[in-house]
Design a protein around this ligand. Structure first.
Ligand code: COA
Length: 178
């Protein structure tokens, strides 16, 4: 297990999000190739991955979401998003999405550091309730349980793994006001 300290986490503005879209696209292709159930099937076409991140950058520009990256020596190693565009009767809520760390950079605390950054921004923005879902029994579920999130339960066959096998999804929440 790699014991280097995780690199700093940075929140991107819309211009930076657009310029790092190609690098973020590579991280997503790497994670999907590694079996991560994160909305895409394997093999993920790099052009489709790029288009996805260009859409994310547009969402950052609209203020719908916040985008964080972990970078080292100019390489994007990990990312997470905080989804902020909630219905008007849920101004206190936000969602965690696309928590991704390159396979070669795992086990160094990047996932933990990315989650801490997203939770910190949620607190600063007065979003006291966070929710997410993740592949049943995966590294994400381990991470969120270790970080003290509350698991609500699992919906079987909620999605597919990148190789086509059915994948249950475990739903979590965190009450930052508790
Ligand atoms: C889930 C994911 C983001 C975790 O990222 P990560 O950077 O490896 O997470 P961390 O390094 O913080 O924690 C992973 C493990 O490394 C350990 N670790 C963290 N820092 C460490 C360090 N400096 N030294 C030794 N071990 C360390 C943690 O204790 C943890 O151990 P555990 O698995 O036994 O609980 C990553 O596995 C991933 O991208 N998976 C594919 C995509 C995915 O499924 N994302 C979730 C979607 S909701």
């Amino acid at each position: 297990m790699n014991r280097d300290a995780p690199p700093p986490i940075r929140r991107l503005d819309a211009t930076e999000a657009a310029s790092l879209a190609p690098a973020l696209a590579e991280v997503l292709v790497d994670c999907v190739a590694g079996g991560a159930s994160v909305s895409f099937m394997h093999p993920l076409d790099p052009a489709r991955s790029l288009a996805f991140w260009q859409g994310v950058a547009a969402g950052v520009a609209r203020g719908d979401r916040a985008l964080f990256v972990a970078e080292e020596a100019g390489t994007v190693l990990g990312t997470v998003q905080l989804l902020l565009a909630m219905p008007e009767n849920q101004p206190h809520r936000a969602e965690i999405a696309k928590m991704l760390v390159r396979r070669t950079a795992r086990g160094r605390g990047l996932g933990t550091a990315l989650m801490r950054a997203a939770e910190g921004l949620a607190r600063d923005l007065g979003r006291s309730l966070l929710v997410l879902d993740t592949a049943e029994g995966g590294e994400g579920e381990r991470l969120y349980r270790r970080l003290g999130w509350t698991a609500l339960g699992t919906i079987p066959r909620f999605a597919l793994h990148p190789d086509g096998r059915p994948c249950g999804s475990t739903f979590f929440y965190r009450d930052l006001a508790a």
